[in-house]
Design a protein. Structure first.
Length: 170
């Protein structure tokens, strides 16, 4: 398996961990033949198969010119969020992961486990809603059932082997 981790924001471009030599796990919730994988970062942004890096270089590129295509990611996500507060909404699970394209009528297939473990330290701008930066995809999200098998967890997955109560307080 493979874990990609950074203390910075991380971007996933296009299909990720979708097939092995003989099987294709794209556009489905079938992860039987995928490798254990996780993506860890301050914030996680998914870019479709259609992403063009020139879209990021040119601030005049409008959402109408950033058209996504169906994309599949099979990996655990562990990242930060911008918390709700001070009159701002965090965006909730619909903003974890983040998007930058017009995904209208396009599917984002995600199979994994999403963990928002901390407040982002770098990607800290308040959520501006969907129409400012992206239009949401059809979210075809599912828990990766491979994660029920400890031998199929991504490298570095936090694990709790034993919980023991030592004392209680009132």
């Amino acid at each position: 398996g493979l874990t990609v981790a950074t203390p910075n924001p991380i971007y996933v471009q296009g299909d990720y961990n979708t097939k092995d030599a003989t099987h294709n796990s794209r556009s489905s919730n079938n992860t039987t033949y995928t490798a254990p994988a996780s993506i860890v970062g301050d914030a996680i942004t998914v870019l479709s198969n259609n992403w063009n890096d020139n879209n990021a270089k040119n601030s005049s590129t409008t959402l109408a010119n950033r058209i996504a295509t169906d994309t599949t990611v099979n990996a655990a996500f562990l990242g930060g969020i911008v918390p709700t507060g001070n009159g701002y909404y965090s965006g909730g699970v619909e903003n974890f992961p983040r998007f930058l394209e017009n995904w209208s009528a396009k599917n984002f297939w995600y199979n994994g486990s999403m963990v928002a473990l901390f407040n982002s330290r770098t990607a800290t701008a308040p959520w501006a809603g969907t129409s400012a930066y992206y239009n949401p995809p059809n979210r075809k999200w599912a828990f990766d059932k491979n994660f029920y098998d400890l031998t199929k967890l991504p490298p570095g997955t936090p694990q709790l082997r034993l919980a023991e109560r030592l004392a209680t307080t009132k």
